[in-house]
Design a protein around this ligand. Sequence first.
Ligand code: GDG
Length: 743
Amino acid sequence: MGRLIIISNRLPFSIDHEGDQLSLRQSSGGLVSAIKSYIESESSKNRAFTDKLWVGVADFPQNEWSVVSEQLTSVDFQINPLFLNKILYKDYYNGFSNSVLWPLFHYFPSLVDYQAHYYDAYVKVNRAFADKLIPLIQPDDTIWIHDYQLMLLPEMIRAEKPEATIGFFLHIPFPSYELFRTLPAEWKTGLLRGILGSDLVGFHTHDYAQHFLQSVKMILGVDSYFHTIQYQDRMIKADLFPISIDYKKFNKACDDPETKQYYNEIKNNFEGKKIIFSVDRLDYTKGLMDRLSAFDYFLDQYPDWREKVVFILNIVPSRDDIQAYTERKQQIEQKIGTINGKVSTITWQPIIYRYTHLPFNELAALYKAADVALITPLRDGMNLVAKEYVASCSARKGVLILSELAGAANELNEALLVNPTDVIEVSNAINRALTMPVDEQQQRMILMQQRLSDYDVIKWVSDFLDQLSNVKQEQQKQQVKHLDDRTSSQIHLHYQIAKTRCLLLDYDGTLVPYAKQPKDARPNEDLRTLLTDLSNDPRNLVVIISGREAETLENWLGDLPLMLVAEHGASFKPKGEQWQQTVSIPDQWKNEIRPIMQLFVTHCVGSFIEEKTNTLAWHYRNTHPDLGFTRSRELINNLTQLLQNTMLQVVDGNKVVEVRMSGFDKGIMALKIVNDLQPDFVLCMGDDTTDEDMFKALGERAYSIKVSNGPTAAQYTVFSQQKVLQLLKRLMLPIVNKQYAGT
Ligand code: GDG
């Protein structure tokens, strides 16, 4: 099954010192134990990865590593530490990661410290990760990159290892497009392109995934289809994988004697009092100031609870070398002092505050002892503390008060969900929690516990890795249609030996790229020369088959020895002859359709009407992508109803809605040309939905090639319009000696 390579900013390993002896210690962090448990459960099914590697920045010096790495036996991963220059690391970690991405992605734009050298350092460190990894990567490896510090890495790996299997998981929120767009252009495009180097991108919630897809659409102009994106020549999936916890570990924690002892001490100490508990890293996103204000308000609003309740508030030191963090610590401590000073008595203090990292047993005991967990971040990607509390309530008693702005609120909706900045709401929720009947507490707990035990962290790992492997399989299926060199060679060979050939070529998006305004997509001299060279071969009939009107085709290409088909077949000009109309009807119908389209122009800035001889077209390529698409569905709906039982049809094209006479389309025209000519070789290329009519009508009689992605009736696909021109040029080259032997 190949190897699993995990990449995270920090290595979850550290070096312990005992006298002169150094030893490596694996951290008990969630991710390591989750992956370890997953691998154990898979190996029992004989599906295990052959090896596990972990790459990350070391928090120990290189000389200590040289000693320890010699005697590695006790860890579950092969470790590949990165040793970085301290100043560079600081600009990347404290700088770009935690003073730009962290505040912005948690909706604190005013705290973002825009410094160009932070981004430079971020690029350099991501590059250092790539340089470390690329030589290690083998064909069957599964690469899983974690979090916001490494958003550029997937693309860097992809550039060198195009076939690699790469997953990326973001542990923090992905902000709404409106916020993400405030980053400088180079940064935001770089970050999105970086992530799109992956095959699977994971988020905690549906909203974060949608925000990402929206940003990709608005900033890179790449559309998504449900959760998939076609980017360059790959299908990428962006989906939600809400991270979970080791449910059993927390649920059974109190079976451990040491935890039990902590628990008994806590209960004895606060006998007769209700315990409210919270534990967070020191971070402005965790809403500590608002939480304290709400508790203060609660003590004022519900004075009967004084002396009957304690709030055990544990803050874990974090990032205390960043100014925004140290300032908060002082403010929090001042506020705690003020509240305690205001209402404490000689025997009671409302807030028990500690600034420390608790040992696991004590944390588990506090979870179990707490009557209420008060978890009110202002933003949080997920928030594992909330889930751990629920799992720890083994007697199914206890109430979770949870911020609706934490990702966890999506799954834990039996909690009392609150707006963390609304002190009145939080205060009322505290009172409600403290007075909630036990059977209601249990009903709520049972549902939440069921959900967490069903989707625990092992399930989370396996879900992500299974989907990553599914995406790879999907990509391979898609590749089946992709025009590879071998098939191009076959087409070339067939072309060279054919006596009569017909080339049916769409114009916009196939021979030329799309322009903002249709009139700007004029052919350049290279294209005109290419078409002339192809047409000058007496065995060839080259047909430009387009939705354009005759006048434009005539102006741009009328002097070349081509056959031209305008407006999807409404009129045509055989090679060397005059234009002919397929249908000729009065165009009064346009007077009815035009005002409707005009209304849509008014309601969708950037859209416009193109009037052709036999067609009215409403273009929405230059509009806001979502608005344009929605309006186009409305327009199609209106027109389809209006045109029922008439001779007109509505055509849903590529960023254009057209109305024209029914009874002809590119398929009917293409088939007629091929039937008349009876060529030995037919090549048909197009990018639009209207070209699908040709692909379907010609079936096996042609080599059909669709430019770009998506479902198609064509036999092959190419991902860029440039490839069309390359193929056409190649057809004219003579076959070199035995070039296609074996094809
Ligand atoms: C990021 C995202 C997302 C805390 N204090 C102690 C302690 N902890 C453990 C908890 C929990 C973890 O640390 C904290 O996890 P959170 O999810 O609450 O928060 P972040 O650190 O900000 O994590 C977050 C997470 O990534 C996972 O994707 O949920 O939204 O910001 O496991 O138990 N553990 C011990 N002593 C402590 O004092 N032993």
